[in-house]
Ligand binder design. Structure first.
Ligand SMILES: [Zn+2]
Length: 344
């Protein structure tokens, strides 16, 4: 089979390679991949700029949907031909306290598809049975492959944040996760919803408007902090989601959050902060991190996708064969498309 392999640290060390079809163990299934989403983290690895350890060489891809091709002897509840999606925690220590707690997403020794073990940018991938979820026939594989980023957004907005209907919400960073967070805020009954970007995000900010943002800011270099002073009662937002991750976006979040409000940080940024956190104290703000997702979130998101309550039409902009991966990666990197899906 032909898979897309990340083989070294140097930038652009990604290529199509001939690989054997994976062998599976008693607790695994052989997963026939029908669609795999391109994630920002795949782009980071392509650029050689990831901040996590990669087990070279490794097949990229962790957002995928498909069909069970073969099951190991101990797998229960799934059989050949079942339509499925897979969670991302491919390897977990069996004695993990966080596994027992159902918070295996937070287990520090967890390894994921696409960096720790071979991922899904290939016709087949080996998947432990515990990672699987059934999907209904009416949910297309292309959309189902985006269950994973929807779960990241659901965890950030609907589990780790506590928006009430009518709360004002700002999302900083209109990349795929930021836009999906905006959708989750909408579903949670957000009052005025603002999505904030920079001039390079002009296209993605238009998408934010399509999915229901009441205001988009930053495409023309607007002064966001000034705008907020004239917004509503002038105190700022009940909830700010930082989906950009750079130091300046957390600074902005602190500037525009309301006293006693919440900030949830879902974007990564390795650089140190260069500003004071005193406003966090003075405003008595709750600052919360959010990472990955777990089983109940997957079940909720699959139901929301199947019912159409999460509608991905505006964000899923390109479906291509795996061989066209480079063009799809580059279009996503430049912001020309929000989200691309590959078919191995
Ligand atoms: Zn992802």
């Amino acid at each position: 089979m032909t898979g897309l392999v990340h083989f070294a640290q140097a930038p652009h060390s990604v290529e199509l390679r001939e690989l054997p079809i994976p062998d599976i163990g008693e607790d695994d299934v052989l997963f026939s991949v029908q669609a795999v989403g391109i994630c920002g983290s795949d782009l980071h690895q392509y650029a050689g700029k990831q901040s996590w350890t990669v087990n070279y060489p490794v097949v990229l891809g962790h957002e995928f949907a498909g069909v069970v091709a073969k099951t190991g002897g101990r797998v229960r509840g799934f059989k050949e031909g079942d339509r499925v999606v897979s969670e991302t925690a491919a390897v977990l220590p069996s004695d993990s306290a966080f596994l027992r707690q159902g918070l295996y997403n937070l287990e520090p020794k967890r390894l994921g598809f696409g960096y720790g073990v071979n991922g899904a940018m290939a016709p087949y991938v080996k998947v432990p049975g515990r990672c699987l979820h059934h999907i209904p026939d009416a949910l297309a594989f292309e959309k189902a492959s985006l269950t994973e980023p929807c779960c990241v957004a659901y965890n950030a907005v609907c589990v780790n944040s506590h928006p009430r209907p009518g709360d004002t919400v700002a999302v900083i960073g209109p990349g795929p996760i930021g836009l999906l967070c905006a959708m989750m805020a909408k579903l949670s009954g957000a009052g005025h919803l603002v999505v904030i970007g920079i001039p390079a995000d002009a296209h993605r900010l238009e998408v934010a408007r399509k999915i229901g943002a009441d205001t988009i800011l930053g495409a023309k270099g607007e002064d966001v902090v000034e705008w907020v002073k004239n917004f509503g009662d002038g105190y700022g937002f009940d909830l700010v989601i930082d989906a950009a991750g750079v130091s300046s976006s957390l600074k902005m979040a602190l500037d525009i959050v309301r006293p006693a409000g919440q900030i949830t940080k879902v974007g990564w940024g390795p650089q140190p902060l260069n500003f004071s956190l005193d406003p966090l104290v003075q405003k008595a703000v709750t600052l919360q991190g959010s990472f990955s997702h777990n089983w109940p979130i997957w079940e909720k998101v699959i139901a929301l996708l199947a019912s159409g309550k999460i509608n991905l039409d505006a964000v899923l902009n390109r479906v291509s064969p795996l061989k066209d991966w480079r063009e799809a990666f580059e279009q996503m990197h430049s912001g020309q498309i929000v989200k691309g899906v590959l078919k191995p």
